[in-house]
Design a protein around this ligand. Sequence first.
Ligand SMILES: [Fe+2]
Ligand SMILES: [Fe+2]
Length: 269
Amino acid sequence: MVNSYKAAADIEVLTSSFPMPGYGLVPINAFVIKGSEPVLIDTGAAAMSKAFLPALRSVIDPAELRWLWLTHTDFDHMGCLHQLLAENPRLQVITTFLGVGIMSLLDPLPLDRVYLLNPGERLTVGDRTLTAVRPPVFDNPSTTGFHDDKTGAFFSSDCFGALLQTVPENAADISDSDLRDGEVFWASLDSPWLPKVDRAAFARELDSIRRMAPTMILSSHLPPAPGNMAERMLASLAAAPGAQPFVGPNQAALEQMLQAMTAVPRLEG
Ligand SMILES: [Fe+2]
Ligand SMILES: [Fe+2]
């Protein structure tokens, strides 16, 4: 199931919730910027590709899309990528050299359909200029988020994601403690290198987002957050390197779960 709603007058959210058994829900968001050259940001999860296209069509005719910003090449971001490229010959994929390289191991991107943009570089797409930004936290070397100068929104890719028990349409509706715990947990599991970072260097990375002063933070894995939540969200990220590292269930736990699932209930007599 992929739902859509508005994050701003010209920004649509396409979202689904992916259950992580025993832990909560991971929102998976793609976005549409309805500017004079419409931009789709990511294309949903591979496992949900059948539901993604009807949801996209409900907010825009895919033939109108001019750009597809691929924040990175993970399976929860590129589900409908090739289908959309085949459907719309004008669609150009904004990515990096590494994005093209990683895609070539699965289903190569035609080189005349890509636009390579490195962190720090800008691209004007009709009525707005997008500045590519490497977010402070990421799980894939091709990751590039961006700042949109027209709305002031920061599209942060996996950064600022959170594991949640319920997924509202606005991050402001999540309690402070749920947001902090969910964000720290997500950062620990998605970026397990965080405990190894130099804390001062990491703080400087977080400061660069503070200086950007986004009007909105649009993460791939959190409902849209108004800019006045940035300080809280940055504080959660600052705490993530000191959090308990995530350790998934091991083989013994898996066997226990499988046994519980296949156990025949005994009838009491
Ligand atoms: Fe990712
Ligand atoms: Fe992701």
